[in-house]
Ligand binder design. Sequence first.
Ligand code: GDP
Length: 439
Amino acid sequence: MFDNLSERLERSFKILKGEGKITEINVAETLKDVRKALLDADVNYKVAKTFTDTVKEKALGQNVLTAVKPSQLMVKIVHDELTQLMGGETAEIDLEGKPAVILMSGLQGSGKTTFSGKLARMLKTKKNKKPLLVACDVYRPAAIEQLCVLAEQIGVPIYSEPDSKNPVKIAENAIQEAKAKGYDVVIVDTAGRLAVDEEMMNEIAAIKKAINPNEILFVVDSMTGQDAVNTAKEFNERLDFNGVVLTKLDGDTRGGAALSIRSVVNKPIKFVGTGEKLDAIDQFHPSRMSDRILGMGDIVSLVERAQEQYDEEEAKRLQKKIAKNQFDFNDFLSQIAQIKKMGNLKDLASMIPGVGKAIKDIDIDDNAFKSIEAIIYSMTPAERSNPALLNGSRRQRIAKGSGTNIQEVNRLLKQFDQTRKMMKMVTGSKMGKMMPKMK
Ligand code: GDP
């Protein structure tokens, strides 16, 4: 995410390295570079100019006697301003009312339908809500079908009227249905066109008027850069939406949309989409995003993801087994499953400060665990719970069964052995006392 921009900004700050203090001249030079970096990331020209002007004013206004080095000071000021540029505070969605109604808007292909599914899943699993998805695209039967498939995957009901040609009526009926059946959030997915057109705008404006939603979210593909910003402007003028959803932030996004939208339309980014899978949704936190842009990682989000997956019962069970030196391959498998649930590996690694840049060009295969899993699945239940059984001929059989080779099997057994020894050592010392309190 934003790799190129991060690298360019870091280079700009280098101009100040070795400088004893901030001066008109070195600040001007640094900020010329910063502005170029922003423009190359497809940030709106006016936004980039205002941004660097503000940073300049702040940098020159700082007390030169401060103990902080000029380059560090500049990073801090840029960080704070980037955060402001993206809205400052985290913007929540309004879920008041029964049902709360959320209306999706945006062009076709922006990721509206996928996001509707992601949001429904998130509200259901993390906020304990009962969402209802509504298919309001009366032009493309495939769109209704797509939402049905998503709904089924996440176990959320869907309301649709395949024979109706009246999206306003469908939305109204869906809300009646939600009231009758006790759903607490209604997510209305609407039709999108390839470009903004009058008919589409009229239609969604009519839906808005009829159902008076708590939230209108505008969904936009972040890969489209300045176009995303222009489309946002047009939708906002017509709909006065409440928040933006930036999708496809996992791709080769340069960052322009994320950095410009807020100040151009004066509406906050509320969510980002970071992949095609239904759990690839994050609430948008401006400060954490600045951390990531400046290569500082995002430890807070990483810890949050770990906490979401943290299972206290499982941790206690494991701790007991480790203490008795009974940690086996079944436990190993369940640990792998937990890590996989946290999301895309490269994405996770890039949240660790400094790591994002280091692994930028390395291809981290999400199937990294595949051969490990294949090896473990090729073991018999007895072997999994008692790895000491694994003699030469059993290892040969497992290598064959898993489509790997004996070296890979031996490597895994060795790693497993080391892990077990290390765990034993750790639980014997302070970790053992810490674990029950970990949350
Ligand atoms: P809609 O026409 O606005 O409803 O868009 P869709 O939800 O059908 O999405 C269009 C395409 O973008 C689909 O292939 C999705 O899988 C893909 N997509 C949606 N969100 C994301 C995302 O956050 N990341 C990536 N990589 N792809 C996405």
